[in-house]
Ligand binder design. Sequence first.
Ligand SMILES: O=C[C@H](O)COP(=O)(O)O
Length: 236
Amino acid sequence: MPIIASNFKTNHTRKSTNDFISSINEYLKSNDIKSEVYVFPTATSLNDFDTVKNLTVGTQNAYYTEKGSFTGEIGTQQLDEFGIKTILIGHSERRHILGESQEEIAKKYEFYKALGYTIIYCIGEPLEVKESGLENTLEYIYEQFVGIDTNYENLILAYEPVWAIGTGVTATNDDIKNVHTAIKEKIDKPLLYGGSVKVNNVREICEIPNVDGALIGTASWIKEDFIQIIDNTKDL
Ligand SMILES: O=C[C@H](O)COP(=O)(O)O
């Protein structure tokens, strides 16, 4: 069964998030869908959602702390209020826009690993690296595993080429296959693809060898589209 995840990024309100999650929950329940579905709302929209077992709500980010003086951040005190035990770490927007270093990312990873969180750990290369060939691409990606325990039992990986994120440009099936196969040879963990996955290409992408599902931004923000995405892949 595929793993299908929606990353809201900086989209949706508390009200629309509630509506989104209850619609997805209803759809999964009434259609007896077995896919593993994740939704990552904004921190302000986290809540104590009542969901079916295969629908998990996670946080897009949190600091490696329980609580304290870290302006603008949240820690486990805020996550525990809602029973959140799943986190995205290493997303390219946090690496490249918010300036998170590999060292910071590794600290965050260790902290949430020690607490048993399910971690969706993101890796991916910028365009200039991709254009310099597969070998350099893999070398760049492996650098993003420095300090990361890839044997961690609750680890899910997401390969997201930076140049494909939010651009409408999806990696070719060959690009995806080559990178996924190489990563899988080293690390035996579920591996999602992310980067301009859409309603009409999600199935084809999830059928590529060594692709275990998709991490979707833009195309997942309308609930009907996200339901269609889950529906298109439910039997894989
Ligand atoms: O977390 C999701 C990825 O960054 C993909 O975003 P996108 O589907 O808008 O390209």
